[in-house]
Design a protein around this ligand. Structure first.
Ligand SMILES: Cc1cc2nc3c(=O)[nH]c(=O)nc-3n(C[C@H](O)[C@H](O)[C@H](O)COP(=O)(O)OP(=O)(O)OC[C@H]3O[C@@H](n4cnc5c(N)ncnc54)[C@H](O)[C@@H]3O)c2cc1C
Length: 374
C-alpha cells in the first residue's frame, strides 16, 4: 500500500529557490510543516562554484552546501533526497513520487530548475555538460588525466569552465558561434576585454565559428555549454500555463491556485532569468506570497561571473540594446536603449553592485553612471 504524507508546504526541487523559500518561511515565523524533495543524492548546494572553486579543487561539496545539514533539523525543514516527483495534481493538491507514494500539500513551490541543452552534432554524445555536482566531478576526473580540452559555447558556463581548466594546467580552446563571447548579448566591448583575459591565461578563443562535428576533434576532454532549458515537464503535465518557463507573477503565483514557481524554471512577468540571485529572490518572494505578506519592490536583475581572477557583475535588463559605452576608465560598460542606460556590466567591483542595481532600475543617463564612482 503506497504511503501518503501530508505537509503544509511542499518545495519541489533541491536548489537555491526551494531552500530560500523554506528559510524565508521560517524567518517569518511560519510554524507549519515544510518538506523539500529533490532528485539529487546530496544536500541542496549552490551551483555557481561548480564551474569555479569546486572545479579548480579549491573547495569540496560541504563548503558549497546551501545550508549545513544541521540547519534542516534546527529549522524543522524535512528533506527527501534522491526523490523525484513523478506527477502533480493541482486540483487535488497532491504530488506523486517516483516510488508511487503521495504527498498532499496546502501550498507547493515548483523549483525544478533547468537542464543543459544538448548539441545534436556528430560526436556530441562524447562531450560533457555541467549542471550538477556529479557533472563537475566527471569534468575534474577527465581534466586530471587530460592535457587538451575543447569547450563548445562561450557563454557564462563555457568561459568559467575554460578558465578553471586552464588553472588546472589544461590547454583549452573555446569555440563560440557568435562573433562575441556570451552569444553576443553583452556586446563586443566586454567580449574583447574577456578574450584578452582568457588569452593571457593561455586559452585560445575562436569566435564566429560553428562547430559542425565533434568526431574529429583532437582533445582529451570536450565540454559543451550551450545554454539551458527550463525543466517544465512536471508543470506541463499538470496543466499549468507554460511559455518558455512556468508562467508566474511577481509573487511567483502560477496559473493554479496554491502552486508557485521560482528560479530557473519560472518565467516571471515575462522574463526568465537563469541566475542565482533571481532564484534566491524568487524563493523568498514565493514564501512571502504564500504567507499573504507584502512583496518587496522588484529589483533590477543581477548576474555575476568569475573567471581568471576577475569578477564580473551584470545588472539591469537589456536583451537587445542600441549602443554600448565603456565608462569609468573601461571598468564599466553601459548598454543603452535609445539614450538611457538599461544594463551595466561591472568589472572587478569598480562600482557598488547594490548602488548600480538601484540606479539602473531608473533608466539613468551615462553621466549618472559616471557619478556612481564618486
Ligand atoms: C556550473 C554553474 C555555474 C553557475 N554560475 C553562476 C554564477 O556565477 N552566477 C549566477 O548568477 N548564476 C550561476 N549559475 C546559475 C544558478 O546556479 C542557477 O540560476 C540556480 O542554481 C537556479 O536555482 P533553482 O533553485 O531554480 O534550480 P536548480 O539549482 O537547478 O535546482 C533544481 C533542483 O530540482 C531538481 N529537480 C528537477 N526536477 C525534479 C523533480 N521532478 N523532482 C525532484 N527534483 C527535481 C533538480 O535535479 C535540481 O536539483 C550557475 C549554474 C551552473 C550550473
Amino acid at each position: 500500500m503506497p504511503v501518503e504524507h501530508r505537509v503544509d508546504v511542499l518545495l519541489i526541487g533541491g536548489g537555491v529557490a526551494s531552500v530560500r523559500c523554506a528559510r524565508t518561511l521560517r524567518r517569518r515565523k511560519f510554524a507549519g510543516s515544510i518538506l523539500i524533495v529533490g532528485d539529487e543524492a546530496v544536500l541542496p548546494y549552490n551551483r555557481p562554484p561548480l564551474s569555479k572553486e569546486l572545479l579548480r579543487g579549491d573547495v569540496g561539496l560541504e563548503l558549497i552546501a546551501a545550508e549545513p545539514a544541521s540547519w534542516y533539523e534546527r529549522q524543522r525543514v524535512d528533506l527527501l533526497t534522491d526523490a523525484p516527483v513523478a506527477s502533480l495534481d493541482p486540483d487535488a493538491r497532491l504530488a506523486t513520487m517516483g516510488d508511487g507514494s503521495t504527498i498532499r500539500f496546502s501550498q507547493c513551490l515548483l523549483a525544478t530548475g533547468a537542464e543543459p541543452r544538448r548539441l545534436t552534432i556528430p560526436g556530441a554524445e562524447h562531450a560533457l555538460t555541467l549542471r550538477t555536482f556529479a557533472d563537475a566531478e566527471a569534468i575534474r576526473r577527465a581534466a586530471a588525466s587530460g592535457r587538451r580540452a575543447v569547450v563548445v559555447g562561450g557563454g557564462f558556463i563555457g568561459v568559467e569552465v575554460a578558465a578553471s581548466l586552464a588553472a588546472l594546467g589544461v590547454e583549452v580552446t573555446v569555440h563560440e558561434l557568435a562573433p562575441a563571447l556570451w552569444g553576443g548579448v553583452l556586446g563586443t566591448t566586454l567580449s574583447a576585454w574577456a578574450v584578452g583575459v582568457l588569452n593571457e591565461s593561455g586559452i585560445t578563443v575562436r569566435l564566429g565559428e560553428a562547430v559542425s562535428s565533434l568526431d574529429d576533434v583532437r582533445a582529451d576532454l570536450m565540454v559543451t555549454g550551450v545554454g539551458v532549458t527550463p525543466r517544465v515537464a512536471l508543470a506541463e503535465a499538470a496543466g499549468l500555463a507554460v511559455d518558455d518557463g512556468v508562467v508566474a507573477d511577481a509573487g511567483r503565483r502560477t496559473s493554479a491556485p496554491g502552486i508557485f514557481a521560482a528560479g530557473d524554471v519560472a518565467r516571471v512577468d515575462g522574463r526568465r532569468v537563469e541566475h542565482w540571485h533571481a532564484a534566491r529572490e524568487g524563493g523568498e518572494a514565493a514564501a512571502l506570497a504564500m504567507l499573504g505578506e507584502l512583496l518587496p519592490e522588484p529589483r533590477a536583475p543581477w548576474v555575476y561571473s568569475e573567471f581568471a581572477g576577475h569578477l564580473l557583475d551584470v545588472v539591469g535588463w537589456a536583451p537587445t540594446f542600441d549602443d554600448e559605452l565603456p565608462l569609468l576608465g573601461g571598468h564599466v560598460v553601459a548598454y543603452l536603449v535609445g539614450r538611457r542606460v538599461e544594463q551595466l556590466a561591472i568589472i572587478d567591483s569598480a562600482v557598488s553592485v547594490d548602488a548600480a542595481r538601484t540606479l539602473v532600475a531608473g533608466s539613468p543617463s551615462p553621466a549618472d553612471v559616471e557619478r556612481l564612482a564618486s
